[in-house]
Design a protein around this ligand. Structure first.
Ligand SMILES: [Zn+2]
Ligand SMILES: [Zn+2]
Length: 314
């Protein structure tokens, strides 16, 4: 028998609109939550109200599974855990940024600062981002969590879950299989391609990882996919094809921009691709270009010169 799943969208004024929380009924009146939404008071009040409208209270949550380390997916986890005592699980590669979110804030901010300068963003704009990031500090807090790994199977209450590690959007992104459903987090979304390259800068080569991860979930494309944002998807193989094609076309465009055989910074290439990018779009655009350039480097099509400029060599 398949478990009932309650979808609770959590409003989020900061990122891609509302994010989805899924409450899975696991028997004996208990719930397992997949993702939590951001950690603001508003989001929390909304979640509590919505949960109660379905006949549940926070104490009914016994387990929280996180698809990845972004604050719009785990921000509320510490509050839920405090009230319900729920056990929280996240993939081992995203664990540090979830369990030590608050403690790592300065370290992560410094990593972004250095990376943005490498991308060729002006020091003034980098400074503006540092100030902007501080507004996001309150969206999540560290939460004690247990580590998941690829292929792990967990029986929670009446339900069986399997973990599929799908690095790309973040290094520790996972999809969860349960009954005839697959929870895809931000790895596979119905309305836009998830950002690759700016949303986790702790490690590299994210685009090739993302494309491999997409092939890894293709065998499950007959299942209903429940994403981190937007509506559920059926027969999602065509959605994977669209996203793969999108990245292929973007790669071709980047190669055309570099066809003058002159060295270019990442921000120059991003501006040629996307035009003027405002606020966090500058970050997302540059990260995406960087991810593509890393893949083109692996293929021997481009080389890094003069510290932070890329030149076409194929
Ligand atoms: Zn995300
Ligand atoms: Zn998201």
């Amino acid at each position: 028998m398949s478990s009932r799943i309650i979808q609770i969208p959590i409003p989020n004024p900061y990122f891609e609109g509302s994010s989805n929380t899924y409450a899975v009924e696991i028997g004996e009146g208990k719930l397992l939550l997949i993702d939590t939404g951001i950690g603001t008071d508003d989001a929390f009040a909304h979640f509590r109200r919505d949960l109660e409208s379905h006949g549940y209270v926070l104490k009914d949550i016994s387990v929280v599974f996180l698809t990845h380390k972004h604050s719009d997916h785990f921000g509320m986890a510490h509050k839920i855990r405090e009230i319900s005592g729920a056990r929280v699980y996240v993939h081992e590669d995203d664990w540090n940024d979830v369990a030590h979110y608050t403690e790592r804030r300065d370290e992560v901010a410094e990593l972004y600062r250095k990376t943005m300068l490498f991308w060729g963003i002006s020091p003034e704009a980098v400074q503006m981002f540092s100030v902007m990031r501080q507004n996001f500090d309150a969206l999540a807090h560290s939460v004690p969590a247990e580590k998941l790994c690829d292929g792990q199977k967990l029986k929670i209450g009446n339900s069986q879950f399997a973990v599929i590690h799908t690095p790309g959007h973040t290094q520790g992104s996972v999809c969860f299989l349960c009954d005839e459903k697959i929870f895809t987090g931000d790895h596979l979304l119905p309305n836009y391609t998830p950002n690759i390259g700016a949303t986790d800068i702790t490690v590299g080569k994210m685009l090739s990882k993302f494309l491999n991860s997409s092939e890894k979930i293709r065998p499950y494309s007959e299942l209903e996919a429940l994403p981190g944002h937007g509506k559920s998807m059926k027969n999602f193989a065509s959605r994977i094809d669209t996203i793969v094609q999108h990245h292929h076309e973007r790669q071709e465009k980047i190669l055309r921009i570099l066809s003058d055989r002159k060295p270019h910074t990442i921000v120059e290439i991003a501006r040629a691709l996307f035009g003027t990018m405002r606020e966090h779009h500058l970050l997302l655009g540059c990260g995406e270009v960087h991810a593509h350039l890393e893949m083109l480097q692996e293929k021997g099509c481009v080389e890094l010169r003069e510290e932070n400029r890329f030149v076409r060599v194929d």
